[in-house]
Design a binder for this molecule. Structure first.
Ligand code: SAH
Length: 397
């Protein structure tokens, strides 16, 4: 170690970080292979260190996993961490402890963890929860977590499922705590909060990409305010817990992270969710335009007129309404006038969606629906919520 020239705080942090990595694990030695080679073979200058780090980030990282000497045979394995699976392991014990502490886990809780990786968080959860359900897509990780749980004598509390968390039906749980793969943040959040009717849970403490967390936490008027936040606010309250540096992960990702806590709402507004998703998609479809400008676009008007006619037809047919012909023959300009007058009556015409709170969105949707204007084709399957709920273009780490 003393052959490394440490000339800036970044390097010192990095070294501390890897030393912590060596010390952190009692059951396994995790060795950051390229780093070790470097330590033993080269004298590193400042610029070479920088180049080396760049190279390291670009490459896949291998973990060398070998059980500690316990009389048994040595079984050394190299596990390649896959970027494609978002495999960035949280290795800072203080952060792991803070995540567990903020989750307020009771001894009676069954905790759901998505993507346990090598089990750093899982082991801590097992110590305080009644049960941990961990869903991991990578067989190699499943094996490692299983072995680590067995070595700490806590395997009876662990229900380890090898599968894709988006496709696997969740067993019962009442709390979620996880450092999830960031690539599936949107659909996973959708699955959790939309599923909270049938599988209610107290809260979900999640590590998310910092930018994604910011957008999730944004309020109307904030520059990050968007459809993701509006849709989330309908179903849950989100609380910021803390930021986590990218240096607390192995391998070091490109982005920082934040821990947030999500509390599903016990009572959600009485609104058709498919209609709501489609409505918020329209409102946030054009960045920073006024509602007047959004609803005056010819293409949008045509689309809404067709949907509203179809919807009007269905409803009138069911209700035996005789005013069918006038509704179906509404011309585009009449339809446009109708929408504008509704926006005016609610004082929405000059307002921008990015400034509206959820109650105002709900009021506007109710006004439009009340006038027979609909956003979702009611004849279509209702199963599209998951994919459209948190539509976002989040970067992956
Ligand atoms: N929670 C661990 C590891 C985080 S890395 C830690 O904090 O150290 C993300 C983990 O999620 C990886 O182990 C990866 O294999 C797993 N993963 C990726 N996609 C998944 C999916 N669709 N379902 C379940 N697990 C997944």
């Amino acid at each position: 170690m003393n052959r490394i020239l440490l000339s800036n705080s970044n390097q010192i942090e990095n070294l501390k970080f890897h030393l912590a990595l060596f010390q952190n694990f009692t059951q396994y030695n995790y060795t950051f292979l390229p780093f070790r080679m470097l330590v033993s073979k080269f004298f590193i200058s400042n610029s070479r260190f920088h180049l080396f780090r760049q190279w390291l980030r670009a490459k896949s990282t291998y973990l060398k996993i070998k059980p500690k000497k316990d009389g048994g045979e040595r079984d050394t394995r190299h596990v390649q961490l896959l970027k494609s699976r978002g495999q960035h392991l949280l290795t800072n014990s203080r952060v792991l402890d803070a995540i567990v502490a903020t989750s307020n886990i009771n001894p009676e809780d069954t905790v759901l963890e998505i993507g346990p990786g090598t089990g750093n968080l899982t082991l801590k959860l097992l110590q305080v929860a009644k049960k941990v359900v961990a869903i991991e897509i990578d067989k190699r990780m499943v094996e490692i977590v299983g072995e680590r749980a067995a070595q700490s004598g806590l395997q009876d509390r662990l229900n380890l499922i090898c599968g894709d968390a988006l496709k696997t039906e969740f067993p019962e749980f009442n709390l979620v705590v996880a450092n999830i793969p960031y690539g599936i943040s949107s659909p996973l959040l959708a699955k959790l909060v939309l599923g909270s009717n049938t599988n209610p849970f107290r809260s979900a403490t999640l590590l998310l990409q910092k930018e994604f967390a910011k957008r999730l936490l944004a309020n109307n008027g904030d520059s990050e305010f968007n459809r993701l936040a509006v849709n989330m606010k309908l179903l849950a309250d989100v609380e910021f817990v803390m930021n986590v540096s990218k240096r607390d992960f192995v391998p070091c990702p490109k982005v920082d992270s934040s821990v947030v806590k999500i509390y599903p709402k016990i009572e959600i507004p009485n609104v058709d969710l498919n209609e709501w998703w489609a409505f918020t998609r329209t409102c946030f479809g054009k960045k920073n335009k006024t509602l007047g400008a959004i609803f005056k676009q010819k293409k949008k008007l045509m689309e809404l007129m067709n949907l509203s006619r179809a919807e009007g037809l269905n409803r009138m047919h069911n209700e035996g309404d005789s005013d069918l012909s006038s509704s179906t023959s509404t011309s585009l300009s009449l339809f446009r006038e109708r929408i504008i007058s509704i926006l005016e009556s609610g004082e929405f015409l000059d307002k921008r969606p990015s400034k509206l709170c959820n109650d105002e969105f709900l009021r506007l949707l109710s006004l439009l629906n009340g006038a027979g204007i609909y956003f979702h084709d009611q004849g279509k399957q209702n199963g599209s919520c998951d994919s459209t709920f948190l539509a976002s273009d989040d970067d992956l780490r």
